[in-house]
Ligand binder design. Structure first.
Ligand SMILES: Cc1ncc(COP(=O)(O)O)c(C=O)c1O
Length: 467
């Protein structure tokens, strides 16, 4: 019998976690089971995931920022079908495909200034790798700087720029020449740039892990310092690009003029992985400097038709549906309504973000009884508390969100940019209802926390015994 994917999915539906336990990332399965995230989703559309019984789950995670236009967008799906139906020649390699040329043209038109050259790759981390190589080739300098708290990906070059010991430990020596500077500290930056050996300074307009972004002109000054000392200024827009922050690009919040921009995630429309580097021709040509170096930086799947079609369709949807504007409007509504909850719940320390990348940071509550519970949970693990919010969000309110980083008290949301009032109110209502439970020390929230602590101690003991 010929291959029948629908039949296969139907027959094996529900085996998801067992298969992953057997053949994929067993530890991830374990964690998902412990925190109650071991759901089996059957379908997805727009802002929602659905289980087999038709229950809807509001997706405020967006596949880590991929589904800006919502899941399974019909325009993007149609673009994929069109590519397949046209039997287009794909990845001939020794040709120049139309779709990649068109997407490059589109990307340069939405980035403005004289950034007129594009390199395509397959992911965010790859776009960062390429940007670092382009910067070294263009400046003939070795050193690369990023900011404290930065996340730029997990392959060796990008991992070297990701300032987070959790991700870096255990993988040996990272890229020579990679260094970090203090967030918001221009003197620290200038001290390094003055040495005139720094190829590039890379920043996220809004940091993905911390959701911090400068409230002042730090980036403007940093960019000026880069220009002064001959360092290229890279804006990593992998997460913030294409409307996520309420502007087409995050750097537009400060009218910056980056030398290199990296993008990925939403450009895929949530279907086919894609990444891109957008830069000035003068920088680009320093890598592809001679005919014999025309493929000195390249990747097999880089300009494939399906990814290019998704990119073209995604930008069209973002523009024609006004998603950049909706991101700004609904993001602000979310932040205003969440901020209003601070009056009622002193455990909320801060709500911050731009557009639809938002963090809710928690702090030790004022009541003595609660402070003891807070301290006990934090003594066991510094990053446990936000999980006590995120789990009931999913279990009780069917809303998918995430813990922002490691060892922090931050819940992060990345809603699709298509959300409306209904989604805003469902999320804010759920947070309000969960925080009402904080005062109930013997209630489900703290007993779930106690359970997590128990699981963690068991896991630590197993590790010590080498199980
Ligand atoms: C700013 C930034 N850069 C790079 C990356 C890495 O992208 P990818 O996971 O596609 O490799 C991410 C991923 O979250 C990111 O947020």
């Amino acid at each position: 019998m010929s291959f029948d994917l629908k039949d296969l999915v139907q027959k094996r539906f529900g085996e998801n976690y067992n298969l992953h336990d057997a053949y994929v990332n067993r530890m991830l399965v374990k964690v998902q089971r412990v925190i109650g995230f071991d759901k089996v989703y059957a379908r997805a559309k727009g802002c929602y995931l659905y289980d087999k019984d038709g229950n809807d789950y509001l997706d405020f995670l967006s596949g880590y920022g991929v589904y800006s236009m919502g899941r399974n967008h019909p325009v993007i799906a149609q673009a994929i079908r069109d590519v397949l139906e046209m039997d287009m020649p794909n990845m001939v390699q020794m040709d120049c495909s139309l779709l990649s040329g068109l997407l490059a043209e589109k990307l340069t038109s939405i980035t403005g200034a004289d950034r007129d050259a594009v390199f395509f790759c397959n992911s965010g981390t790859e776009s960062v790798e390429g940007a670092l190589k382009f910067a070294r080739a263009a400046t003939k300098r070795e050193r690369l700087l990023s900011l404290e708290g930065a996340y730029h990906g997990l392959s060796f070059g990008s991992l070297s720029m990701t300032c987070n010991p959790y991700f870096q430990e255990g993988f040996g020596t990272l890229l020579p020449g990679a260094g970090k500077v203090k967030y918001g500290d221009l003197e620290d930056l200038e001290r390094e740039l003055k040495k005139e050996d720094v190829a590039a300074f890379i920043v996220e307009p809004v940091q993905g892990k911390t959701v911090y972004s400068p409230q002042d002109d730090y980036f403007v000054q940093a960019q000026a310092l880069c220009r002064k000392y001959g360092t290229l200024f890279i804006c990593d827009e992998v997460q913030t690009g294409l409307g996520r922050t309420g502007k087409m690009w995050g750097f537009q919040h400060w009218d910056l003029d980056p030398d290199i921009i990296t993008t990925a995630k939403a450009l895929s429309g949530g279907y086919v992985p894609v990444g891109a580097i957008i830069t000035r021709r003068s920088i680009y040509q320093k890598t592809f400097s001679r005919m014999d170096r025309c493929v000195v930086h390249s990747t097999t799947f880089g300009r494939n038709n399906l990814a290019m079609a998704c990119g073209l369709a995604s930008i069209d949807v973002i523009q024609s549906e006004g998603l950049v504007e909706n991101s700004a409007r609904r993001g602000q509504e979310l932040m205003d309504k969440l901020n209003a909850l601070k009056q009622k719940h002193d455990i909320i320390k801060e709500v911050r973000g731009r557009g639809c990348i938002i963090a809710i940071e928690f702090q030790e509550p004022k009541s003595l009884k609660l402070r003891m519970a807070w301290k006990a949970v934090h003594a066991a693990d510094k990053g446990l508390f936000p999980q006590m919010i995120v789990t009931p969000l999913l279990q009780k309110h069917r809303i998918l969100a995430q813990v922002a980083g490691h060892n922090s008290d931050v819940v992060k949301i990345l809603p699709p940019l298509i959300i409306g009032e209904q989604e805003v109110d469902r999320f804010v209502g759920a947070i309000d209802s969960i925080l009402e439970q904080v005062g109930n020390i013997t209630g489900p929230m703290w007993s779930f926390g106690a359970n997590l602590v128990k699981e963690m101690f068991t896991a630590r003991k197993e590790k010590e015994k080498g199980i």
